[in-house]
Design a protein around this ligand. Structure first.
Ligand SMILES: Nc1nc2c(c(=O)[nH]1)N[C@H]1C(S)=C(S)[C@@H](COP(=O)(O)O)O[C@H]1N2
Ligand SMILES: [Mo]
Length: 524
């Protein structure tokens, strides 16, 4: 049969209803429309949450640790957009099936819509900030809109006469018109949801905040604290370039006007402070390198900032830590938790509730309005962003978010060094070449960095001047490169004299180890 066009469709009303492609497309469009309506409702009502984001959050919460690792190593910090896209693609694939089903069994197809919405509803109800009423309202609208669009496009009427047949059976033009209208409604709803979501953002509130001058400013940088080499990591990482790692699919938007930070648990007097209260307390400023336990050797999940905030010990002293409270647990507004030994947080290091990062209020993605920063510990055991509570407990009583997922209970940062230039795969000219990078062993400090070419001797690099041991140091070494293929390796020695191990270990369970190596080819 090679008939094409509306004439044929009208002439043979039995066959068009069976065509698979438009039916599948109709199913997809109906789902997109239902989804868009759900997003609009979720953004419009107070305590509404996006079903797509909620499903993505469930995937993150239930994903085995190896999957999280793979996602981070494959996608880096683009893992979140990828997850959201994946969720939507899966939904639309299911919707195509629903569209096909609708031609024969509209009842089953409507049930299919119901199942998809139910998945979203159940996920939404698990979101800490979701309202039950809002989630149900979102589900009802999604179901109604999805089924209505399905009915108009592909589904046979449930009760035959005198109902109008679906557009798919009426003819090509009718189908295209209906699809166009539904598509336009989808786009308009998504647009509206976007606008409403932007209104919920706290960026404007944040922009209006002025941080007080720190009572204890950061140690002044000595001469030579910065090395001037093309391509080397800057001593202080600009906020815009700072790595971001967290389980939050949508960055929590915390309105400081009704936010408080509480200290609870094994303390004599549980206390809490508003944002204003914290700003009014003496502020400490300190340069600290933080890193992620998932960072591979040579990886980019590490950065250095000038943090400003209230010392953790100041807050703990006001609450009065009970003897035996061996663990400090940070809890975020989105229920992430990270715990570290009380002894580590109170041994005199600049562990703080940070309110500022590089002279600005914390960026929203980095934990606005407040986060913990503990020099020397990986982020997953210490650096709780969007902090709402600090709870004192014991080491045995509680495990933070990543611990039951297979990561080590304790997370001291391993001594690490990285070659920033030249990058692997570079083609270089024989002669003097600048080799440079950074090395960090937060809180122990760095005392030496050495470079080795192929199997040659370890050569001492020049270090940037030591500032504080919590901050990484830059290093440089001039290599008299000879033609051929070469491998450059780096290793650091920390402030205690311990040399960085060359033993390779993957990130799980307590951080990667090994020497960063870079392969280059040198032409004469
Ligand atoms: N609320 C919350 N805080 C969190 C996390 C998280 O998932 N949720 N991840 C932690 C991890 S694993 C790291 S490495 C640091 C990263 O901080 P950054 O994104 O500011 O670089 O945040 C920590 N704080
Ligand atoms: Mo991390």
């Amino acid at each position: 049969m090679r008939f094409i066009g509306t004439v044929h469709l009208r002439a043979a009303p039995a066959s068009p209803g069976t065509r698979a492609l438009p039916a599948a497309l109709g199913g997809i469009l109906a789902a997109a429309c239902g989804l868009a309506a759900a997003e609009l409702v979720a953004q419009a009502v107070p305590s509404g949450v996006s079903f797509v984001v909620a499903v993505g959050d469930r995937v993150i919460a239930l994903a085995p640790p190896w999957l999280k690792d793979t996602a981070i190593s494959l996608l880096g910090t683009r893992d979140k957009p990828a997850l959201l896209t994946g969720t939507v693609v899966l939904l639309l694939a299911a919707a195509a099936g629903v569209g096909l089903l609708a031609r024969r069994s509209p009842r089953a197809a409507y049930a299919g819509v119901g199942v998809l919405v139910l998945v979203g509803l159940l996920a939404a109800l698990r979101e800490p900030r979701a309202g039950v009423g809002a989630a149900i309202a979102t589900a009802v609208v999604a179901t109604a809109v999805g089924c209505a669009a399905l009915r108009r496009l592909v589904a046979r009427p449930l009760h035959d006469r005198p109902a109008r047949p679906p557009a798919l059976q009426e003819g090509r033009r009718e189908f295209l018109v209906a699809a166009g209208l539904i598509g336009a409604g989808t786009v308009a709803s998504l647009w509206g949801a976007r606008l409403l979501q932007a209104r919920r953002s706290v960026s404007e509130l944040r922009a209006a905040i002025r941080l007080p001058r720190p009572a204890v400013p950061a140690a002044p940088l000595p001469a030579g604290a910065r090395l001037d080499v093309r391509g080397i990591s800057p001593l202080i990482t600009p906020n815009a370039d700072f790595y971001r790692i967290d389980t939050a699919l949508l960055v929590p938007q915390v309105d400081v006007r009704d936010w408080r930070l509480a200290v609870t648990g094994r303390v004599r007097t549980p206390r809490s402070w508003s944002y204003e209260d914290l700003l009014a307390m003496p502020q400490t400023e300190s340069d600290i390198t933080i890193s992620c336990v998932s960072n591979e050797v040579g990886g980019a999940l590490v950065g250095s900032a000038r943090w400003q905030g209230v010392l953790l010990t100041d807050l703990l002293d006001l609450a009065g830590v009970e003897p035996g409270a061996t663990q400090v647990v940070g809890i975020s507004v989105d229920d992430f938790t990270a715990g570290f030994p009380t002894a580590t947080g109170t041994d005199g290091r600049a562990a703080m509730v940070a309110l500022g990062m590089n002279g600005e209020p914390l960026p929203v993605a980095h934990g606005f309005p407040a986060r913990l920063v503990v020099p020397g510990l990986y982020g997953y055991v210490s650096a709780t962003k969007w902090l709402r509570e600090i709870s004192l407990t014991t080491q045995e009583e509680f495990d933070g978010y990543w611990v039951p997922r297979g990561w080590s209970k304790l997370g001291p940062v391993k001594t690490e060094s990285r070659i920033d230039v030249p990058v692997s795969g570079s083609g270089l000219r024989a002669g003097p070449i600048e080799v440079a990078g950074v090395a960090w062993a937060p809180h122990r400090g760095i005392s030496a960095v050495e470079i080795r070419v192929d199997d040659g001797p370890w050569e001492r690099a020049t270090l940037s001047a030591q500032t504080v041991p919590d901050l990484w140091r830059q290093w440089r070494w001039t290599w008299d490169a000879s033609p051929g293929s070469h491998t450059l390796r780096v290793r650091a020695t920390d402030g205690t004299g311990a040399v960085q191990t060359g033993r390779h270990a993957p990130p799980a369970p307590d951080g990667a180890s090994g020497w960063h190596a870079v392969d280059v080819s040198v032409n004469s």
